[in-house]
Design a protein around this ligand. Structure first.
Ligand code: M6R
Length: 366
């Protein structure tokens, strides 16, 4: 049942204020300063004492893992590695019983992720699952885990599962930081309040839909697109590009914005749309210079900015405004217009949005 929406993907994009709230419900309580993650309870010692966190996943779930790398390192000061499950499983990786492995999967059935888990388990590591489908294979093989509670995701392009994964990983990082003493209590409480406000801010980010649709109209015939972001928004750039590729069949690449000058800048001409995530955060000024570099080469700039932005507005061809939040939580907002952009472009190109060619919802073969 598409609930009045034309496609499951659009329904799932618009469900995000609710799916994120469902994910936070019963876990996050800013007033009492409590963060309860039932699945962690029996493994809290292992988690607190982990010398390293290894995150393994595929596709969009791997992008959520990259966001988590920034979160865990910033708040809990634990070294994190993020691994494509398909590479990790065959690399003879160094894993010990001091490692805490987080496997992320919407379906809980991805073959490579399952195999990576088995390998890490055989080396004595603790395996924690972040999955959406209850009772699927991954939650059954991990030592412990946390469901994302996003509800069934039918569209092959992952949307609400991604934001729910980030929500769970954010709670884990804040909890770990607080317990390890690397995140001071006052800041911890502030962050909990800010996180609780995210569903309402996602609702506002969804109001960009009409503006995004107009931009989609202009760029639907592009042959290539480049997505650039820095810091917490670098994984969002990768995710935006993946969304566009998989449902519209337009070639797109995501890059950390500063890497542009090491190669991709050669692609820029008046035909090349470049999507920047240029929110007001610690890398804002640097991203602004990257936008100037693209404009100097006549590229078209579409920028996701923070409400009230002036500097980028003066440079970009189009801006999409999202509400301000703590830098660490911006991916939950900045990804929304990118999901919408790929959706509208794919519909305008007559593509089968919910079931793109050559793709399956869960990849159960390696
Ligand atoms: O079910 P999983 O999260 O393990 O799936 C991983 C990838 O196959 C998945 O995220 C894929 O990249 C999506 N089609 C992306 O939208």
């Amino acid at each position: 049942e598409k609930g009045g929406y034309e496609h499951f993907m659009l329904k799932e994009i618009f469900e995000q204020p609710k799916s994120i709230a469902d994910c936070l419900r019963g876990r996050l309580d800013p007033k009492s300063g409590r963060l309860v993650l039932g699945g962690l309870r029996d493994y809290m010692n292992k988690f607190n004492n982990a010398e390293r966190i290894i995150i393994t996943a595929c596709g969009t779930s791997w992008h959520a893992g990259l966001v988590a790398e920034y979160l865990f390192e910033e708040f809990a000061r634990v070294p994190v590695e993020v691994e494509y499950a398909s590479e990790f499983r065959y690399r003879n990786p160094v894993i010990t019983d001091k490692d805490f492995i987080i496997a992320i999967s919407q379906s809980g059935e991805t073959a490579d992720t399952l195999a990576a888990i088995e390998l890490a388990k055989s080396k004595g590591a603790t395996i924690f699952g972040v999955c959406n489908v209850v009772g699927s294979s991954i939650p059954r093989t991990t030592h412990a885990g946390c469901y994302t509670h996003a509800g069934p995701e039918i569209g092959v392009a992952s949307t609400k599962a991604f934001t729910a994964q980030i929500s769970v990983l954010t709670m884990m990082a804040l909890k770990l930081g607080y317990q390890r003493g690397t995140l001071p209590e006052s800041k911890y409480i502030l962050m909990l309040h800010e996180l609780a406000d995210i569903p309402a801010k996602v609702e506002k980010a969804l109001q960009t839909n009409d503006a995004v649709k107009k931009i989609a109209e202009k760029y639907k015939d592009a042959r290539n697109m480049l997505y650039l972001g820095r810091g917490y928004n670098f994984p969002v750039a990768l995710e935006g590009a993946l969304k566009l590729k998989e449902i519209s069949y337009i070639h797109a690449e995501g890059y950390p914005a500063a890497e542009m000058k090491h190669g991709p800048i050669a692609l820029i001409d008046e035909e090349m749309p470049v999507i920047f995530i240029a929110t007001l955060d610690s890398s804002y000024e640097k991203v602004v210079s990257n936008i100037q570099e693209v404009k100097a080469r006549k590229g078209k700039v579409i920028a996701v900015v923070t409400e009230g932005d002036k500097q980028v507005k003066a440079l970009a061809d189009h801006v999409i405004e999202i509400p301000p939040t703590n830098e660490a939580f911006t991916p939950l907002l900045s990804v929304i217009p990118l999901q919408l952009l790929s959706y509208h472009i794919a519909v305008m190109r007559g593509c089968n949005v919910d079931q793109p060619r050559n793709l399956a919802k869960s990849v159960t073969v390696e």
